[in-house]
Design a protein around this ligand. Structure first.
Ligand SMILES: [Zn+2]
Length: 287
């Protein structure tokens, strides 16, 4: 059964590790991540972007697939199904569809509107025991055409949103979505320490977990980051493994054209990436 992310993140925060959010794109991705979590006795958060939800046929399809897998695969570790960077409308749609956790990203609004909309989402979520992630100070990325340092959130604004009763808070500390540019300045630990100071024991979320050096991620975890989002890295390793399959001509041997065979090396690659991240975040055997 799906659980919300509240308890797993509070425990992680207290014990000094982080839970990985791994974004899913299809059945193979979902199965690979769930298998890895179960094999390593780790809690896990399945992230679903609006685009990925649409790709898979809608949020209800995602809920049906994930719930079916939890049962059929005998998954016993805590699993949260979480909307990634949702709008106000998408957050409501996911709550109705059966997600156990949602992110409402109001970071592009003025702080007052971000506060009022976040408040409404929290009230709706509370009725259904769904956890809520909010964001302050938008996180840069290739899609936004932002490169270099990324944005840094204001600690006082973080406190405003944290005090509304969100379960986890995403705040920019120089992190970026996608691949990091050569001239990236690294995470701002001063900003992170200030945000931690202003938000108390709030589990903080590090977006853009692909390509941040392990020591930086671990230092961020020691400063209150309890959830790290990973998306691009699984895409890169999946695609690299799939490319090798074709380059080696394996699709032309026997029944190598069978899609289940074509996708298999990519699945193995995702599992390796997810396991590496779980080791880095310290969540193994914490289920
Ligand atoms: Zn993000």
């Amino acid at each position: 059964m799906l659980v919300n992310a509240k308890e797993m993140l509070l425990t992680a925060r207290k014990e000094g590790y982080a839970v990985g959010q791994f974004n899913i794109n299809n059945l193979e991705w979902t199965k690979a991540i769930l298998e890895t979590a179960q094999e390593n006795n780790s809690p896990v958060i399945l992230g679903v972007s609006a685009g990925a939800g649409k790709y898979m046929g809608g949020f209800k399809v995602v809920v049906g697939m994930v719930n079916g897998m939890l049962e059929a695969m005998n998954i016993t570790v805590p699993v949260a199904l979480h909307l990634d960077h949702g709008t106000y409308e998408q957050a409501i749609e996911c709550m109705e569809a059966g997600f156990s956790s949602v992110m409402f990203d109001g970071s592009h609004y003025e702080i007052d509107e971000n506060v009022s909309k976040t408040k409404e989402i929290i009230a709706l979520a509370a009725k259904q025991d769904i956890s809520v992630e909010a964001e302050v100070g938008s996180i840069g990325g290739e899609e936004d055409g932002v490169t270099g340092t990324g944005e840094v959130a204001d600690a006082a604004e973080c406190k405003l949103i944290a005090d509304l009763g969100v379960d986890m808070l995403a705040a920019g500390i120089g992190n970026i979505h996608g691949q990091y540019p050569e001239n990236w300045q690294g995470l701002s630990f001063d900003a992170l320490a200030a945000i931690q100071g202003s938000t108390g024991g709030m589990p903080l979320v590090l977006h853009g977990g692909t390509g941040i050096p392990a020591e930086m991620v671990q230092k961020a975890i020691s400063l209150g980051v309890s959830k790290v989002n990973v998306n691009t890295e699984c895409q890169l390793t999946f695609t690299a493994a799939t490319r090798i399959y074709f380059e080696e001509g394996k699709d032309k041997v026997g029944k190598g054209f069978d899609p289940r065979k074509v996708l298999a090396p990519g699945v193995v690659a995702i599992k390796e990436t997810v396991k590496e991240k779980m080791e880095m975040f310290g969540s193994i055997n914490k289920a």
